[in-house]
Design a protein. Structure first.
Length: 194
C-alpha cells in the first residue's frame, strides 16, 4: 500500500497472508490511497510488542489496530498492556481495535468461500495437482478437505499469501469473515474521523 508521511491508521497483522487479504479488502473500500493506512506485516505475532512500540513512536496520533489468531491473544494483550494502551486485567480487545480470527486467517477464508472455491483458486495458481499429491500423503489421507487445504496453503514458499489474496478477491460483503469486516469498518471509521 502507498505510505505517506503521516498515516491515520496503522494496522498490525501477523504475516504476509493477513496483509495480502486485508490489502484487497481495504483497496475495495478505497482505503489505500494517500498513505492514510499503513499495513504492517509483523513477521509473526511474537513481534507485536516491537511493532506496536514502533507504530506508536513513528506515527503519533495514528490509530493502531490489528488482527490476530485465537492462540496468540496473550501476546497481543501483553504487548498492549506493556505499552499502556490497555489496562491490566480483563480487557475487550475489540473496543481497542484488535480483532480475533477464530483459528487463523486461512481458516476464516476457507470457511467463508468454501473448499470448492479454494480448489478453484489453487487451480488458477497451478497448484491443484500438487495439492492432489499432498492429499494422498499418509498423514493427510482421509482428513477433512478444509484441514488439508489449510495445511497445504502454508506448505509452500509464498503460497499462503498468494492464496489469501485470491480468496479475499472472491469475498462478498455477506461472506467476508466477521473479524475482517469489523477491522475494515474500524479502519474506515478512523480514516473518516481524521
Amino acid at each position: 500500500m502507498p505510505l505517506g508521511p503521516h498515516p491515520h491508521v496503522v494496522v498490525l497483522v501477523e504475516g504476509r497472508s493477513d496483509a495480502a487479504a486485508l490489502a484487497v479488502l481495504l483497496t475495495a473500500r478505497g482505503l489505500d490511497a494517500n498513505g492514510r493506512v499503513k499495513l504492517v506485516s509483523m513477521g509473526g505475532v511474537t513481534n507485536v510488542a516491537r511493532e506496536l512500540r514502533r507504530a506508536l513512536s513513528e506515527h503519533p496520533g495514528a490509530a493502531v489496530l490489528g488482527l490476530y489468531d485465537a492462540a496468540e491473544e496473550r501476546f497481543v494483550v501483553g504487548a498492549l498492556q506493556r505499552a499502556h494502551v490497555l489496562p491490566d486485567g480483563p480487557v475487550d480487545l475489540v473496543a481497542h481495535g484488535f480483532f480475533l480470527c477464530d483459528r487463523d486467517l486461512e481458516d476464516e477464508l476457507i470457511r467463508a468461500v468454501g473448499t470448492a472455491t479454494v480448489e478453484e483458486a489453487l487451480a488458477e495458481m497451478g497448484h491443484l495437482e500438487r495439492f492432489r499429491t499432498f492429499q494422498h500423503q499418509p498423514e493427510w489421507r482421509g482428513r477433512p478437505l478444509a484441514d488439508q487445504l489449510h495445511r497445504f496453503a502454508g506448505s509452500g514458499s509464498g503460497r499462503k499469501a498468494a492464496l489469501a489474496e485470491r480468496l479475499a478477491v472472491r469475498l462478498e460483503p455477506g461472506t467476508t469473515p466477521p473479524p475482517l469486516t469489523s477491522l475494515v469498518e474500524r479502519v474506515a471509521a478512523q480514516v473518516a474521523r481524521s
